[in-house]
Design a protein around this ligand. Structure first.
Ligand code: PNS
Length: 350
């Protein structure tokens, strides 16, 4: 385990051994701090369920003015102190050995305020997550007016719902981990319209999931809509495609999945959605998408098509390519979520 950025960049940290502690992976930690960006320098940072302290100490390295790390287990809290010592005891770092919810109550009573709260409770302890989030989310509690709260949780479990004064701002998935960001109030008013993201999803790929996650950040609500009859001979039935999409979107609280047949614009109107989201990959997509977007505008007024440019990794990724490779025995695990990979293997194993 290393510090990734800031003053102590590259310095090694001790990780807990022999206990069921799961430190936030480096990839997730890097993404977390990329998203937090300029919020970190000068901030008051609270790291709950801190483990060996990688997240809180990363915040200190990146210029947080005050960092409180809360860890309930004596030995693990000792490890945070050792790690802080090995970084030269950064100023403003404080370790509290306490239960997370109790620590939040204590800090609230003492009048402490935080700009950033990060919590990574054990995945199996859902009650601890909900209980602690409720304490953090109290009105007149520990949150500064423009605070952000980030919860790391299991991608296979339901996303934590908004609590107290907190509303969900965005969610990002990294393998089995999801980071869900909350902000106090307002965020929902700022977000835009409801959107429909239509497709055949035969099957859903990482490219689709990337567009859905990005759309979910921008729109109030996103309906991933499975076109029942857009493909002549689908590999997966409509129900299977809906099921897979639901499984891979479980971590996104403002995304729902539905099947539709008939015209897309009619479905969008039925849903009260004013935006159709599409992904654009190579130039070859453009003509077809332009044609559909213009047709949809002619057929109905009031629905706007918004294009998301694909991430470079997915430039040439398509469901048909994935099916072809899987059918011929190739490895498609890099292109599709794990749940879809399993279903493809089942289809072609016979
Ligand atoms: O994933 P796909 O196969 O590229 O998705 C195509 C889809 C489902 C978006 C498109 O075929 C569609 O919108 N079908 C619904 C019927 C419809 O409204 N057709 C007119 C579009 S101009």
């Amino acid at each position: 385990m290393r510090i990734i950025g800031g003053e102590s960049r590259g310095r090694r940290l001790k990780s807990p051994r022999g206990r069921a502690v799961r430190p936030t992976s480096e990839r997730t930690r890097e993404a977390l701090f990329d998203i937090l960006g300029a919020r970190v320098p000068g901030s008051r940072f609270l790291d709950l369920f801190a483990g060996a302290g990688a997240v809180g100490l990363e915040a200190a390295s990146r210029g947080a003015a005050e960092v409180v790390l809360v860890e309930a287990h004596e030995r693990t809290a000792g490890l945070i102190r050792e790690n802080a010592a090995s970084l030269g005891r950064p100023a403003g770092v404080r370790v509290m050995r306490a239960n997370a919810a109790a620590a939040v109550r204590g800090l609230t009573a003492a009048g402490a305020k935080f700009d950033i709260v990060f919590m990574d409770p054990p995945y199996r302890d859902r009650a601890a997550l909900e209980h602690t989030l409720a304490e953090v989310a109290r009105p007149e509690g520990i949150l500064a007016p423009d605070a952000v709260v980030v919860v790391e949780h299991d991608a296979h479990a339901e996303a934590p719902a908004a609590a107290g004064i907190l509303v969900t701002a965005r969610s990002r998935r990294f393998g089995d981990a999801v980071l869900t960001f909350f902000t106090p109030g307002r965020a929902q008013e700022q977000s835009m319209a409801k959107a429909v993201y239509p497709g055949s999803f035969d099957p859903v790929t990482n490219g689709h999931l990337d567009i859905i996650e990005r759309a979910a950040e921008l729109f109030r609500e996103v309906v991933a809509a499975v076109a029942d009859n857009a493909v002549k001979a689908p590999l997966f039935s409509g129900d299977e495609r809906v099921e897979m999409l639901r499984a891979v979107c479980a971590h996104l609280p403002n995304v729902s999945v539905a099947a539709f047949s008939g015209l897309l614009v009619d479905f969008a109107a039925e849903q009260g959605a004013s935006v159709v989201v599409k992904g654009l990959r190579a130039v070859s997509d453009f003509e077809y998408e332009l044609q559909q977007a213009l047709m949809n505008r002619i057929v109905t007024r009031g629905v706007e098509t918004v294009f998301f440019m694909t991430s470079p990794d997915n430039l040439f990724l398509s469901s048909s390519m994935v099916k072809e490779i899987a059918r011929l025995g190739g490895d498609v695990s890099r292109f599709v979520p794990a749940q879809v990979h399993v279903r493809l293997e089942q289809k072609f194993r016979k």
